[in-house]
Design a binder for this molecule. Sequence first.
Ligand code: SF4
Ligand code: SF4
Length: 223
Amino acid sequence: MIKAEQKPIGEILKCLNPYNKILLVGCGACVTVCHAGGEKEVSLLASGLRMARQKIGKPMEVVEATTARQCEPEFAQELTETVGGVEAVVSVACGVGVQTLARHFEKTPVFPGVNTVFLGETMAHGIWEERCQACGNCILEKTGGICPIARCAKQILNGPCGSSFQGKCEIRPETDCAWQLIWDRLKALGQLYRLEEVIPAKRWGTESRDKGPRKIVREDLRV
Ligand code: SF4
Ligand code: SF4
């Protein structure tokens, strides 16, 4: 799940200063699950924006909408008529949703209402932890299903680093050492032999993006 958090309302209001009628759009997918940008959050934020603008004697009309998935163009299409009647849009979807709307509505400013933070797992109600950095070359089969890129403070691919102490990370002692977790998990699976394979150095540079943003093209799905 993509995890996001609502931006401070003052930051959103600053973007909206020149406008008197806006559309606030939520997304029914990840940001609904993490309570950052679903229908309920749209309603609460819309009330806050209206009240704040009323208070300074500059009322603003806030139209509310929530699409099923804001990162899909067909759902952006559904908003065409509504966007035509406003001066600006605030999206409380992840950064992908914001950019989908910005691409679709060329003449209307689209502002982000949340900060997109990470790809994470729900640990308990109201608690999420980062689990993946979309590195493009998953090695979880070698690490017992535990990601050293998202979970090791030094992103070491062949750990631990030598400063792991009593199962905790030297950089953030309140956190489990990711490589201790990997070792424990592989031991429990009877797969400690996997640690004998050296994971090659990763290309962290920009070479893989020289041709622009990373892209997946599935010819079999194209029409
Ligand atoms: S190795 Fe880690 S960062 Fe890379 S794709 Fe797998 S889970 Fe994501
Ligand atoms: S102690 Fe463990 S988690 Fe922390 S940086 Fe070293 S290997 Fe990574």
